[in-house]
Design a binder for this molecule. Structure first.
Ligand SMILES: [Zn+2]
Length: 323
């Protein structure tokens, strides 16, 4: 199945999520029983996922889908397509392909490479990690006579202090741009709080052959100038945590941002308050007014609700194709 925009977006979301996990691997069952194995296949074709050398402890039988077994090496050297097998108590020996037997792991290095080429950074910079598996220095770009050092990082929160020091060694103060799969709102209370953090998903999209970057210029220009004076939009929501209402820039609180992001992620579908409460780690009986305390207008402009506890993004502000 050829990758569609929607599939790319979902696959990219899966990838960004996986990269942030302590163990950035999925069992073969997690792939095949996910209901969207083609997303993971697509990521594997692109090199963002690869097969680990390690065999899964246990997998579900692909024939009866009932029993589980441990994959082992296939002793038959002629079975090159099926180098592994597993013994199902119901079905007997089942031949297994590598992708059925081994873990699938995320390759954050691939994101670093993609970003480097999408940003057309001079090829003299090789994409080498500054801290293995966590931080890459991608190179420097000049924008409006100011030099910026671009980084890609993941799992930033765990080692924020060390990373902050490394970044300080490599970039002039205020010139760093750190694109990341980490939750940037979670980093606001870390040693990286003062750094310029750009959520990867706010500036990059997965396309047929890799990442494309689109909004970084807007970010670099400080995003301070707003094109039209009466603009109402959420276009600066991810990069600057700002909502525009009739040209007025309204700074979003972390909670309001998280709330709107949940609605945005749902692409206009209804989101129930129990889901929101769970995702934001707040009591399920929360009152909307508690979150939108000083942002009543933001809620009324960008969100809608029914009396059954469902919320959704106002249809005018849904970005159908986030190209
Ligand atoms: Zn079986």
């Amino acid at each position: 199945m050829p990758p569609t925009t929607g599939m790319n977006d979902q696959a990219f979301a899966e990838l960004c999520w996986l990269i942030e996990q302590a163990d950035a691997r999925l069992t073969p069952d997690a792939i095949w029983l996910s209901g969207k194995p083609h997303h993971f296949q697509h990521l594997r074709n692109l090199g963002a996922l690869s097969l680990s050398n390690e065999l899964a402890d246990s997998i579900t039988c692909d024939y009866c889908c009932d029993e589980t077994y441990r994959p082992v090496a296939n002793p038959d050297p002629l079975q090159t397509e099926f180098p592994y097998r597993g013994y199902c108590p119901e079905c007997g020996w089942r031949p297994l392909k590598p992708e059925q037997a081994r873990y699938w792991q995320a390759n954050p290095q691939q994101i670093a490479r993609w970003l480097s080429s999408a940003l057309q950074l001079p090829p003299r910079y090789s994409v080498e990690p500054v801290v293995d598996g966590v931080l890459w220095r991608l190179g420097e770009i000049e924008y409006r006579r100011k030099r910026h050092t671009i980084f890609f990082g993941c799992k930033l929160e765990q080692s924020a202090e060390i990373l902050n020091k490394k970044i300080g060694d490599l970039a002039a103060p205020g010139s760093e741009i750190i694109t990341t799969t980490s939750n940037t709102s979670g980093l606001r209370s870390s040693a990286l709080a003062a750094r310029q953090l750009v959520p990867l998903r706010a500036i990059a999209h997965l396309r047929k052959a890799g990442l494309v970057v689109e909004n970084l210029d807007a970010y670099l220009s400080g995003l301070n100038h707003v094109e039209s004076s009466d603009e109402t939009s959420l276009r600066l929501m991810h990069t600057m945590r700002i909502a525009l209402i009739n040209g007025e820039q309204i700074k979003l609180s972390p909670q309001v941002y998280d709330f709107l992001k949940l609605l945005e992620d749902a692409d206009g579908d209804e989101v129930h308050k129990s889901y929101i409460a769970n995702a934001m780690n707040i009591p399920p009986a929360f009152r909307r007014a508690d979150i939108f305390k000083r942002h009543k207008e933001v809620f009324e402009t960008f969100a809608q609700a029914d009396n059954k506890g469902n919320y959704w993004l106002h249809p005018d502000f849904i970005i159908i194709d986030r190209r």
